[in-house]
Design a protein around this ligand. Sequence first.
Ligand SMILES: *Cc1c(COP(=O)(O)O)cnc(C)c1O
Length: 398
Amino acid sequence: MNEIFDGISSFLKSGKAISLKTPCYVIDEKKLEANGEILASVISHTGCRILLAQKAFSNYDFYPLLEKHISGTEASGLFEARLGKEEMPSKEVHVFCAAYRDDEFDELLNYADHIVFNSVNQLKRFGRKAKDCGKSIGLRINPEYSTQEGHEIYDPCAKGSRLGVTRSVWDKEMTAEVLELLDGLHFHTLCEQGSDALEITLKAVEEKFGDVLSQMKWLNMGGGHHITKSDYDVARLEKCINHAKEKWGVEVYLEPGEAVAINAGYLISRVLDVVENNGMKIAILDSSAACHMPDVIEMPYTPPLLDAVTDDSKPFRYRLGGPTCLSGDVIGDYSFDKELKAGDMLVFGDMAIYTTCKNNTFNGMPLPDIYRLDRNGDEEKLTCFGYSDFKQRLGRKK
Ligand SMILES: *Cc1c(COP(=O)(O)O)cnc(C)c1O
């Protein structure tokens, strides 16, 4: 638990949290810095390059902090590429998109340094133009080697996946003319995984695409590497990077999202009411799983909560849910040392990733304000939201 909440404990003890309007996200600068230092050490040990996958965390007020440690940003499309270019302008901008649009591609060329295509078709359609603009060109490959079970939604190697070119499709569609455009290959097959999974994935990549890799300048190993988790085997990651560099003479890129901002944020919320159903107590909070922590439902997982446990080793057990109409807007079941009552403050951990950039206003739910918790333990409101943020997405702007 300490790894998750130690960054906010003194802020909470200071009493400054009491006056915060909830729900709100608090992003922890010290934690981001600590994650950044771990990533920087991988860069300095191996000479690899590490990019922030912005789809996981794109609170750009922290880009100046992060850019001291990492090599640039990775984008999922036009808007994220623009954000990376605007907010981390001195660093590399990479983009991967499952399919680029004709009407956006020219603008994308203003922002991205590396452009990774998802199919040979797309490479044929846009590759020449991008190359002529001086871009480094990549193709996403699919090594067809799943290292995860149970959540197909996060497995790009699942059968029927649209992500990445399999070797058999490569053999069918690749031509000498577009092969010549390629500077690098990209794979992204992991999700919250250790370097052991990377090691076996790299073997699969070597078996399927080893022959073409030695013609490339770089290999991008995607994201899903849990590098900054305390139990991650960093030495094995560095071994994998060095292996690729030596074997194929490529530059190696990693583009973690989660690992950059893991445990670097909190969602502070309050209890609005406590109800009961068939002997079960249910606390209704001012924050919603569906709106403010969507991965709780999508993944699914139960987020860490300060001073509570998910088993029943504490005496007071509650199901925590959101204020929306959705029956399944449930954050999880937790046990506490004391009874919950309206007004109690609850602090969820690991809430910087896949939250602020993924939340929504379903049910007319307000978006939580976002705060910075700085090195000295002082908070600063970065942005706030209100009715207009809900309304403007729905109709004519007034
Ligand atoms: C999601 C994604 C990432 C980042 O994944 P994390 O699990 O957050 O590290 C990187 N690259 C690509 C192509 C992705 O789709």
